[in-house]
Every structure is written in structure tokens, then in C-alpha cells.
Design a protein around this ligand. Structure first.
Ligand SMILES: CC(C)(COP(=O)(O)OP(=O)(O)OC[C@H]1O[C@@H](n2cnc3c(N)ncnc32)[C@H](O)[C@@H]1OP(=O)(O)O)[C@@H](O)C(=O)NCCC(=O)NCCS
Length: 212
């Protein structure tokens, strides 16, 4: 990435949906961006698995020259639990552009797209030490549902996070507190009952979950 790329302001960025016709332009850049920062070494087949089937759930932030600044990759399918489950598989923003809300924007676009397609919930895993990722997702209303011991190939432990988009008893508005003690921003969860939501170590968790 050139200096001028790093200097482009957030307002210069375009947020676009991935499309298969753009594979030769963007897939190499997506792989490079993701593989630089994520601990899991994904093969080209993993990227194609997601992008061939759910390219419409992949959003990219591009600078004015068309360089890839950030990307989110997702899928949405029926889960054995009976839910129509969205999954955020990959998320990364170029280091020089972090802390400006780019990932938040990408994740919000992905959540909107999955909600429009009638998703019941959205899940993901993130390393327990990934403060930026945890902060971002919890600000959007995601809850810690499980602690996955040594989940990653590098031996690191993960949290599974979940965002409920629907409730068995209808939509509920968010009532949980974020780190600052305020209601979370744009997205709420809807649990069957607010009793399901607890707070442990200052973080929202699903009661009865495996988060210690
Ligand atoms: C996680 C990542 C995508 C966030 O991208 P981003 O564009 O910087 O995210 P945003 O600016 O939308 O939000 C990041 C939030 O984390 C906070 N944050 C960033 N670094 C932090 C740190 N070291 N400690 C605490 N908070 C931190 C920011 O302040 C911001 O929160 P705020 O808006 O409440 O202030 C980016 O750091 C990244 O690409 N990391 C490497 C790949 C990765 O870890 N992906 C996630 C895997 S699940």
C-alpha cells in the first residue's frame, strides 16, 4: 500500500458488494489482506467456498484508486439447530486505516444484508485477546456465547459471539450495557427473554452459556 493510499480519508472510501465478475480484480487482494492478519491459513478453496455461494454477503471498502482497504466475508445457511444462521467468517482492515470505523461499517452492511434475507442470528469466532474485534462486535450487540479452548491452529482460544436478530416472542430492543455503561449502538439482539442476558466481567454474555 502506498502512502497516498494510507492517507486517503474514510470519506473517500467506497463500500461495494463483491461480485464473481470481480474475482480476478479483488480475490488476490482479499487473500493478501486476510492472510496478513488472521492466524488461520486459508486455501484458495476456502475463499471460493464463501465467495461463490455468498459473494452477495461480502463487502469491500475501496479507496479512490480501487485498492482494497477492508473486507468482510460471510455466509448464511440453515443450521442443524433449526435456525437460519449467518456467519461472519473473515474481517480485516489495512493496518494504516484502522480505528476509523471501517470494519464497523462493513459489519453493519453484512448484518443488514443477512437480516434482509431473514437470518435468525449471526455468529462468529474471535480470539479472546482480540480487543479491537471484541469491542467492535460487542458495541453492535453481539454476546459471548461460548469459550472455545485452543480453537485456532495457533493454539489460541476463541469466544463465539452471537447476535440475535429475531426472538421467539418477537423483536426485543437492546437493554444490555456496553463497556461505557450505555446501550449498544445500532443493532440489538432479541433473546427469548431478557433474563437470558447477563453480564460477566463487564461483558454481555448469554446466561447458561459456556463462557466462564
Ligand atoms: C478488528 C479490525 C477488523 C477492526 O477494524 P477497524 O476498522 O479498526 O474497526 P473500527 O474502527 O470499526 O472499530 C474498532 C474498535 O476497536 C477499538 N480498538 C482498536 N484497537 C484497540 C485496542 N488495541 N484496544 C482496545 N480497543 C481497540 C477502536 O477504538 C474501535 O472501537 P470504538 O469505535 O468504540 O472506539 C482490525 O483491527 C483488523 O483488521 N484486525 C486484524 C484482523 C482481525 O483481527 N479481524 C477480526 C477477526 S474476528
Amino acid at each position: 500500500m502506498s502512502n497516498s493510499d494510507a492517507q486517503s480519508s474514510t470519506s473517500d472510501l467506497r463500500y461495494v458488494q463483491y461480485h464473481g465478475s470481480k474475482e480476478s480484480t479483488y480475490l488476490p487482494a482479499i487473500r493478501q489482506l486476510i492472510s496478513k492478519d488472521l492466524s488461520e491459513p486459508y486455501s484458495i478453496y476456502v475463499y471460493r467456498y464463501f465467495l461463490y455461494q455468498w459473494g452477495h454477503l461480502c463487502y469491500m471498502a475501496l479507496d479512490p484508486s480501487g485498492n482494497l482497504i477492508g473486507v468482510v466475508v460471510c455466509k448464511l445457511e440453515h443450521h442443524r439447530s433449526g435456525t437460519f444462521r449467518g456467519y461472519i467468517a473473515m474481517l480485516a482492515v489495512q493496518e494504516a486505516h484502522r480505528g476509523k470505523g471501517i470494519a464497523t461499517q462493513l459489519v453493519c452492511m453484512a448484518i443488514d444484508a443477512m437480516a434482509e434475507r431473514d437470518a435468525d442470528e449471526i455468529v462468529l469466532e474471535t480470539e479472546v485477546t482480540n480487543t479491537a474485534s471484541l469491542k467492535l462486535y460487542e458495541r453492535l450487540g453481539f454476546l459471548r456465547s461460548k469459550r472455545l479452548h485452543r480453537y485456532y491452529l495457533n493454539g489460541n482460544t476463541a469466544f463465539r459471539l452471537v447476535l440475535y436478530l429475531k426472538a421467539g416472542t418477537g423483536m426485543k430492543r437492546p437493554q444490555q450495557l456496553d463497556d461505557s455503561g450505555e446501550l449498544p449502538a445500532q443493532y440489538g439482539y432479541s433473546a427469548t427473554s431478557f433474563d437470558e442476558i447477563g453480564v460477566r466481567d463487564g461483558h454481555p454474555v448469554l446466561e447458561g452459556s459456556q463462557v466462564p
